[in-house]
Design a protein around this ligand. Sequence first.
Ligand code: RP5
Length: 209
Amino acid sequence: MTDDGIQALIDRLHEEAQQRRDPAETPDVGIIMGSDSDLDTMAGAFEALSELDFAEQTDFAEAPEARFSYESYVVSAHRTPELMYAYGETATDRGLDVIIAGAGGKSADLPNMTASIAYPVPVIGVPVQEKSVDSVLGMPTGAPIVAVDAGKSYNAALSAVQVLSREHEQLRERLVEFHESQKGGVAEVSRDLHDLGIEAFRKKHHDDS
Ligand code: RP5
């Protein structure tokens, strides 16, 4: 994208921040990633949020019907530092309650820089690759970030909803229900593995044909 394109995005973020919209109508979770090549890894976050009935908000002026929503942008710490700054700086006024930031490479600076700029909005960092873990976690004392293991964007979304659930009882209930459904899944495979025996279990659960 050209400089003009980046400036237009920066202007858009600032204009949205000035609107002081009702927080119920702004995205609750902001998802940013260093490159669109991170999208497959970050898809776990979209998946988890969808499972918890969050909707994607693609127009800041038009909230989806669902009460809770997320938005996403590509923001590169190294290629578009001005955009990263604008995103972090406007986070509170744009109504974001928590940010999930993913980046790859050995110098994955987007999560930690965004955590510093958006502070005190909590940022959950996703190292897109194994080699990104140290740079995402490596914050100095007094500059906090929460981070998940490499590629665990799904868990980043669950953590984001945990943050939101302190304020929204319905999200607490959704998280508890989600956890219960996981228990149910383990119960089913455990029972089947024992009762059917290994061969029949494999046929039932792992045989796609
Ligand atoms: C990082 O560099 C991005 O987060 C991505 O993981 C990696 C490669 O980016 P591209 O060259 O594919 O845009 O900043």
